[in-house]
Design a binder for this molecule. Sequence first.
Ligand SMILES: [Fe+2]
Length: 162
Amino acid sequence: MQNADMADQNSALAMCWRDEYSIGITEIDDQHKELIKRFAAVEEVITTQQGWSELHFAILGILRYAEFHFQFEEALMRLYGFPQIGSHIQEHRRILQAAEIFIDESLRKVAPADVAQFYQNWLATHIQKDDRLYAEFILAGNPIVTPPCPRLDTSSAKAPLV
Ligand SMILES: [Fe+2]
């Protein structure tokens, strides 16, 4: 196998789900699998030198899914009273802001030079380190702390219109 082929194979492997990425919460693992699939799609667009619109929509696909995924994680952290939720949310905001810049650059047809590296870092630092912290907190058996939604008060129902 040629060195270039091996390098291509290694970079493709880097964007595949591996069991060691699991943080132990199936729903979150499934969402991370979806994110990694979308990271790989961006990598594919870049390595096969597709057009700016393919790159734009691939990046946009990650941003839209990340918005949903981050909201899901933040709700989970609130539910269990995860103490470091503030810094985790700040990191989510930083990632979303960077992703918005990539979207803007792709619309102006400027190839974001470090886009693949950005997703690699997201996988290596946020998914494999930061997310593991709240998962360990939840899996340690900490109870749900958020009170249930208030029930609708139906006792003061208005009289029907005459
Ligand atoms: Fe997160």
